[in-house]
Design a binder for this molecule. Structure first.
Ligand SMILES: [Zn+2]
Length: 159
């Protein structure tokens, strides 16, 4: 018999909240970019993508391209011309120097992929956690057709 698990009930809501947050962050990222600049690493969320690089040249390049970015947290409003191409419909990419994953490279994860990876398990949790149909025990899902005792023979729930 189908059991309604507590973990699944929690996860389906956590997943839904996660999906909503990703969509909101995605929307905000099309006009604003959050950048964290460290000595040899940049973490950037903007233009519908999460991007991080640990290559010295890339770090310099991003600092130069973003103009006013300083070390530490930066919250930047992107120039208008970047908006049309900055919706994040790109492929995820992971690259190391010389085509090898090593001491320098970058990682880019688009929002659509994060949303997909969150939405698929969430949809499964919602599907599997749906209420048993009418005529079935609401606690364990047992089919109560023809039951006249008023008690579920499977779990003992009064129906
Ligand atoms: Zn039952």
């Amino acid at each position: 018999m189908k059991r309604r698990s507590r973990t699944r009930r929690v996860l389906k809501w956590v997943g839904l909240v996660g999906c909503v947050l990703i969509v909101v962050a995605w929307g905000v990222s099309t006009t604003r970019t959050l950048v964290f600049i460290a000595e040899s690493r940049i973490v950037l969320f903007g233009a519908g993508c999460f991007f991080t690089t640990w290559s010295a040249e890339e770090v310099t390049e991003v600092i130069v391209a973003r103009g006013h970015a300083r070390k530490g947290w930066n919250y930047i409003v992107l120039p208008r011309e970047t908006l049309s191409s900055g919706l994040g419909f790109c492929w995820p990419s992971l690259l190391g120097s010389n085509g090898r994953f090593g001491s320098s490279g970058y990682l880019e994860i688009p929002c659509w992929l994060m949303l997909l990876l969150t939405a698929i398990p969430t949809a499964i949790f919602w599907y599997r956690d749906r209420r048993p149909p009418r005529g079935h025990c609401q606690r364990c899902g047992y089919n109560l057709t023809g039951n006249i005792s008023g008690v579920c023979p499977e779990c003992g729930e009064v129906v």
